[in-house]
Design a binder for this molecule. Structure first.
Ligand code: KG4
Ligand code: ZN
Length: 333
């Protein structure tokens, strides 16, 4: 069965065609990130206005790239929460219009759950049950996953999301937006031992907190940055970025592996934009191996927001009997 996935929860407009929840025939992603760069963060009104303009051409490209017609589609799967309200409405309205016009079944899916199943687009898949860590710009959550429709939240961030912390620290260091890829690049040149940050909150084993480390970086910069140290890729900037990145990765690793142990799962799935970080991938793979836990990552293209993962989860949920009606709306679950 061919599934048309639609993803518009943040600044991306993405439409994808996926066969049987596995084979990606097309995955078109149009991002408005450049329009937000000068503000150092996403401006919702700009995001959804752009999505209104791009959704139809992006969908046409996805069908063209896949070499199929709308009539070949067996299901339309669309992100219905969480995300920016106006942006979600654009995707949902478009999906409902297609569903009505072409008489194709419709299904709304959770954005974070679709990040969990992005890894199912790969050859090697985990077996249920498994633990999942989703690290994105808006969320940081640990899940115990029994099945496609049986997902329990084990812990989440108490304040900033992990990707948000990367974005804010890049801003403090006067580097670009989005901060994640920038911090990763800077860290490659930096020495993480020059300064030490910590974001392990030991009282809550599966919950995260990233606002303290952001403030610690700010104080460090205020106190130690010499004149001109924040211009370009100075040693100070690179060392600070590397120390921040290592502290964040340490917290993610310690808490995720603790959750694997508590839930007795031998597999850990990692997804979301921050899962594109090369150092994070290497440390998780190493630490998982030491403890006999299989660590699964989506390929880089499916870490960031994309519609292929939405089609993938939609396919599996539909097979289990889930569908939505034309009254589908943004869900606040
Ligand atoms: O999942 P995503 O594409 O969108 C949301 O659902 O939020 O995640 C975007 C986040 C941004 O905060 C961005 O800075 C972060 O993912 N990110 C990274 C990297 N690439 C993107 N963080 C760390 N290292 C990266 N290489
Ligand atoms: Zn996302």
């Amino acid at each position: 069965m061919l599934v048309l996935g639609i993803e518009t929860s943040c600044d991306e407009t993405s439409v994808s065609v996926v066969e049987n929840g596995r084979k990606v025939l097309s995955n078109v992603v149009s991002s408005s990130v450049r329009l937000h760069q000068k503000y150092g963060g996403i401006i919702p009104e700009i995001a959804f206005r752009k999505q209104l303009e791009t959704i139809a051409p992006v969908a046409e490209s996805a069908l063209r790239d896949a070499g199929i017609d709308l009539g070949d589609i067996g299901l339309i799967s669309v992100t219905d929460n969480p995300g920016l309200l106006g942006s979600l409405v654009v995707g949902i309205s478009f999906a409902k219009a297609l569903s009505l016009a072409a008489e194709i079944p419709l299904l709304g899916v959770n954005h974070l759950h679709s990040h969990i199943f992005a890894g199912f687009l790969e050859e090697k898949k985990p077996r249920f049950p498994f633990t999942a860590l989703i690290v994105s710009g808006g969320h940081t959550s640990l899940y115990y996953v029994r099945d496609f429709d049986r997902i329990e939240l084990a812990g989440s961030t108490k304040d900033d999301a992990c990707g948000e912390a990367f974005d804010k620290v890049a801003k403090i260091l006067r580097q670009g937006y989005p901060g994640g890829p920038v911090i990763e690049q800077l860290s490659r040149r930096g020495d993480p031992r020059r300064v030490r940050f910590n974001c392990l909150n030991s009282k809550e084993p599966y919950n995260f907190s990233f606002s303290g480390i952001k403030t610690a970086v700010l104080y460090h910069v205020d106190k130690h940055a010499q004149k001109g140290a924040l211009s370009g890729k100075s040693a100070f900037v690179c060392d600070t970025a590397a120390a921040f990145q290592d502290a964040v990765i340490e917290a993610l690793v310690v808490k995720s592996l603790a959750a694997c142990k508590a839930y007795k799962t031998g597999s850990l799935v990692i997804g979301g934009g921050v899962a594109a970080n090369g150092r994070l991938r290497a440390v998780f793979a190493r630490e998982g191996k030491v403890r006999g836990i299989g660590v699964f990552f989506p390929s880089l293209a499916y870490c960031m927001d994309n519609a292929a993962m939405v089609a993938c989860l939609g396919y599996h949920l539909y097979k289990k009997g889930h569908t939505s009606g034309l009254d589908l709306d943004v869900s606040f679950n």
